[in-house]
Ligand binder design. Structure first.
Ligand SMILES: Cc1cc2nc3c(=O)[nH]c(=O)nc-3n(C[C@H](O)[C@H](O)[C@H](O)COP(=O)(O)OP(=O)(O)OC[C@H]3O[C@@H](n4cnc5c(N)ncnc54)[C@H](O)[C@@H]3O)c2cc1C
Length: 348
C-alpha cells in the first residue's frame, strides 16, 4: 500500500510531492501533459501587485516560504533554476510615481519597493517617467525544475506518464485503489484539468488563458525584467518572453494571432528596436471566483484531496499551501477557512 497517489505535476503537484519526500512517504505521480500553465509561465516571483502597488495576498509570508523551498530543491536535484531578477516598473505619469512613493512608505511594502526612482539608460526603451524597482524578486526556470524533478521521480520509479482516468477509482473506507495500486490518500493537482474531475468539478475554478510571445532582439540588451502594461522577461542569449495576456472567455489551449497582435502592439509602444517573434505559448491559469486557492479534503471522501486554484501566482503560493494541505491530512491541523474548499460546500 502506497501512502499517496498524486495526479498532476505542475507547480501544485511538485509542491505537494516535495512535502511527501521530506516526510519519507511513498507515492506515485500521474501526469499526462494536458495542461501547460506551469510550463509556459514567466516564472517570476514578486509579492507586489504592480498595477496598484499593493502587497499580493499574504505576499510576504509566501515569499519567506517559497524562495528557500525552491533553493532546497535546487540543492537536492543538483540543478540550477532559481535566479535573482530585479523587476522595474515603468511609470506612465508623475501621479504614478507619487503613488509608488506613498506605497513604499507603508509597512511590509517598504521592504519590497525601492524609494529611489531609476533613470533609464537603455536606448531601446522609451521611459519618460523613469522606473520604480521591486526588491528581492527573481525567476524560477520552471521547465528546468519540473523536468529535472520528473527525472528524479522516474529514477525512483514514482512517475507514470499517463492520463489518470477518474472513473477507474475504487473508493474503500481507508484507502483508494487505482489500476491495481492501493494508496491511503489521493491528491488531485490538475490545474484547469480539474474540469474533467467528477469529484471536484463542482468547485468554481473558472480559468484565465494567458499567452506569451517569445522574441529575439540583439539590440534590446536588457538585464532586468521590465513591467509596463506587459512584462519583458530576459531569458538570456538575446531572447525575451513578452506578455502575458489575460482572457477569461477563450478556454482553448491553442495560441492565437489576436494575442500575438495585442502583445506586439503593447511592446512597440515603449520598445523601439527591431525584434523577431520566435515562439508563442499559451496556458490556462487555474483562477478561482474569490481569488483564493482551492485546498482541502472532499466533503464525502476522506481519502481524497485537492490542491488547486493557484491563479496567477503559483510560484509563491504553491509551497505554503502544499505544506498546509499536508499538515491537515497527516496532523489534522485545520486549514485556514480562506483557502479550504469547505467554503464552497453549498455548490455541491
Ligand atoms: C501565461 C502564464 C504566465 C504565468 N506567469 C506566472 C509567473 O510569472 N509567476 C507565477 O507565480 N505564476 C505564473 N502563472 C501562473 C502559474 O503558472 C499557475 O499558478 C500554476 O502553473 C498552477 O500550477 P498547477 O500545478 O496548479 O496547474 P498546472 O500547471 O496546469 O498543472 C496541472 C498538471 O496536471 C496535469 N493533469 C491534469 N489532468 C490530468 C490527468 N487526468 N491525468 C494526468 N495528469 C493530469 C496537467 O498535465 C498539468 O501538468 C502564469 C500562468 C500563465 C498561463
Amino acid at each position: 500500500m502506497l501512502d499517496y497517489i498524486v495526479v498532476g505535476f505542475g507547480l501544485s503537484g511538485l509542491s505537494f510531492v516535495e512535502q511527501l519526500d521530506l516526510a519519507g512517504k511513498s507515492y506515485k505521480v500521474y501526469e499526462n501533459y494536458s495542461q501547460k500553465s506551469s510550463r509556459v509561465a514567466g516564472g517570476l516571483y514578486n509579492p507586489v501587485i504592480l498595477k496598484r502597488f499593493t502587497l499580493a495576498w499574504q505576499g510576504d509570508k509566501h515569499m519567506e516560504e517559497a524562495v528557500p523551498f525552491y533553493k532546497h530543491i535546487e540543492t537536492k536535484l543538483q540543478q540550477s533554476f532559481v535566479s535573482q531578477l530585479p523587476v522595474l516598473r515603468r511609470f506612465n505619469a508623475v501621479e504614478e510615481q507619487n503613488a509608488w512613493f506613498e506605497a513604499s512608505d507603508k509597512p511590509f511594502l517598504n521592504e519590497f519597493l525601492s524609494s529611489e526612482l531609476i533613470r533609464n539608460t537603455n536606448s531601446a526603451l522609451e521611459i519618460p517617467y523613469q522606473f520604480g524597482k521591486v526588491k528581492h524578486t527573481g525567476r524560477i526556470n520552471i521547465e528546468v525544475m519540473l523536468s529535472s524533478y520528473i527525472q528524479y521521480l522516474k529514477t525512483n520509479n514514482n512517475f507514470e506518464n499517463s492520463s489518470f482516468e477518474h472513473d477507474k477509482v475504487i473508493l474503500k473506507e481507508d484507502h483508494v485503489e487505482y489500476d491495481g495500486i492501493k494508496a491511503k490518500n489521493i491528491v488531485f493537482a490538475e490545474g484547469f484539468g480539474v474540469k474533467n474531475n467528477p469529484f471536484f468539478n463542482y468547485l468554481p475554478l473558472y480559468g484565465n488563458k494567458g499567452e506569451y510571445i517569445v522574441i529575439k532582439s540583439k539590440a534590446l540588451k536588457l538585464q532586468d525584467a521590465v513591467k509596463s502594461s506587459i512584462f519583458i522577461i530576459p531569458l538570456g542569449e538575446d531572447v525575451y518572453k513578452v506578455g502575458a495576456t489575460y482572457n477569461n472567455k477563450d478556454k482553448s489551449p491553442e495560441i492565437t494571432s489576436v494575442a500575438r497582435e495585442e502583445l506586439q502592439k503593447k511592446l512597440e509602444r515603449f520598445m523601439c528596436v527591431e525584434y523577431e517573434v520566435i515562439d508563442q505559448v499559451a496556458g490556462i491559469r487555474p483562477t478561482v471566483r474569490d481569488r483564493k486557492p482551492l485546498i482541502g479534503t472532499h466533503p464525502k471522501y476522506q481519502n481524497m484531496h485537492i490542491l488547486n486554484g493557484l491563479g496567477s501566482r503559483g510560484i509563491l503560493i504553491g509551497p505554503t499551501v502544499a505544506k498546509e494541505l499536508y499538515a491537515s491530512i497527516e496532523k489534522r491541523i485545520p486549514l485556514d477557512q480562506e483557502i479550504d474548499i469547505k467554503r464552497f460546500e453549498a455548490l455541491r
